[in-house]
Design a protein around this ligand. Structure first.
Ligand SMILES: C[S@@+](CC[C@H](N)C(=O)[O-])C[C@H]1O[C@@H](n2cnc3c(N)ncnc32)[C@H](O)[C@@H]1O
Length: 305
C-alpha cells in the first residue's frame, strides 16, 4: 500500500499552508472543460482544481463546490462572489440533495482524502509530526474525535481498525492496540505517535512507525471508505450525457473501490451508465513529478454514455 506522504510545508504570502492541486494537467485532460460547462467539485478543498476548471468554463453560477470542512470552504469566497454555490456537507449528503433538486453536471471531480492544510495545521490533529489535540475531524461540527476512538474502543476494535484501514500486519496491530490500551488516556498526537513507536520500534520502512496507525484512525473517524463506496453509484445520476467524472485516490483501499466500481460498469455491458476513459489509472508519481503530494495519487476517469 502506498501511504500518502506528508508534503513539504508550502506557505502562502500570509504564512498559511497552501494546497497545490494534484495531477492538475491530467485532470484538465480528462475532464476537458469547455466554456459553459457545469462543474461539480465533490471535494473542493482550497479550490485549486476548481479555480483552474472554472477559469476555462467561466460558468460560475451553475457550478457547485462541496466540502465538509468549513475552514476549507472559507477560502472559496472569491468563487462564491462570482456566483458559485458552495455546500458544507459530506459529498454523499450533498449529492443526494443535488439529485433531489434535479441538478446534473458536465463534469465531476472527487479528489479524495485530506488536504495539505488539514495535515499542516497542528490544531487539526491529523499529523503525528505536529503536537496537537487528537482530533482528525474533517467536519468539525461532528462530536466524535480521534481521541474518542483511541481512548474508547476495545483492544479488539482497535486491532480491526489498524489492520483494516492502516493495513498493518495483524501481529503489529495487536502490539499497537495493547500499547494504546495500556497507556491511555491520550490527549495529543505526539503522545500517541510515541507510544506506537515504542510498541513496534522502527519498521524498516522510511515512514514513521505511526504513519499507518494515524491513517487508520483518520479513515475510521471520517468514515472515508463508506462515503467513497456510497458516492460512486450516485455519480451517473449527477452527470449529463457525455459528462465526465474524474476520481483521484491516495491509497489502495480507496483506489480498489473506484477500480471495482468502474470495472463493474464495464462488465455491465450495454446496461452500463459509464464508460471508462482511463484503461489504467494515471499515476501521480509519473505524471506529476514536481508535486510531492501527487506521489501516491491515482486518477481514474469515465464518461456518461
Ligand atoms: C485532497 S483535498 C482536495 C483539494 C482540492 N482539490 C484543491 O485543489 O484544493 C480533499 C478535500 O476533500 C474533503 N473531503 C474529504 N472527504 C470528503 C467527503 N466525504 N465529503 C466532503 N468533503 C470531503 C476534505 O475536507 C478536503 O478538503
Amino acid at each position: 500500500m502506498s501511504i500518502k506522504e506528508h508534503p513539504p510545508q508550502l506557505e502562502s504570502s500570509s504564512g498559511e499552508p497552501v494546497h497545490v492541486p494534484v495531477l492538475l494537467e491530467s485532470v484538465i485532460d480528462m475532464l476537458q472543460p469547455q466554456p459553459g460547462d457545469q462543474y461539480l467539485d465533490l471535494t473542493a478543498g482550497y479550490g485549486g482544481h476548481a479555480r483552474a476548471i472554472l477559469a476555462k468554463t467561466t460558468n460560475y453560477s451553475e457550478s457547485v463546490l462541496v466540502d465538509r470542512d468549513a475552514f476549507a470552504l472559507s477560502h472559496l469566497q472569491d468563487l462564491e462572489r462570482q456566483g458559485t454555490r458552495t455546500m458544507e456537507a459530506d459529498f454523499v449528503s450533498a449529492a443526494r440533495q443535488l439529485i433531489d433538486e434535479g441538478k446534473t453536471f458536465d463534469m465531476i471531480l472527487a479528489d479524495l482524502g485530506v488536504s495539505s492544510p488539514q495535515l499542516d495545521r497542528q490544531e487539526r490533529g491529523f499529523s503525528f509530526r505536529l503536537d496537537g489535540p487528537l482530533d482528525m475531524r474533517m467536519d468539525r461540527r461532528e462530536e466524535r474525535t480521534a481521541a474518542d476512538i483511541v481512548n474508547g474502543y476495545t483492544e479488539q476494535n482497535l486491532v480491526r481498525v489498524i489492520t483494516a484501514y492502516g493495513e498493518e500486519p495483524r501481529s503489529r496491530a495487536i502490539k499497537i492496540a495493547k500499547a494504546i490500551v495500556a497507556n491511555r488516556p491520550f490527549t495529543t498526537t505526539t503522545e500517541l505517535a510515541e507510544t506506537v513507536k515504542q510498541a513496534i520500534g522502527r519498521t524498516g520502512s522510511k515512514h514513521h512507525p505511526a504513519t499507518r496507525t494515524f491513517q487508520s484512525l483518520r479513515i475510521e473517524l471520517n468514515r472515508e471508505l463508506d462515503l467513497v463506496a456510497n458516492i460512486l453509484p450516485l455519480l451517473p445520476k449527477l452527470l449529463n450525457k457525455g459528462g465526465r467524472v474524474a476520481v483521484i485516490s491516495f491509497h489502495s483501499l480507496e483506489d480498489r473501490l473506484v477500480k471495482r466500481f468502474f470495472k463493474d460498469q464495464l462488465d455491465a455491458g450495454y446496461e452500463a451508465e459509464l464508460e471508462m476513459i482511463t484503461k489504467k489509472p494515471i499515476d501521480g508519481s509519473i505524471s506529476d513529478v514536481n508535486n510531492p503530494r501527487s506521489r501516491s495519487a491515482k486518477l481514474r476517469a469515465a464518461v456518461k454514455k
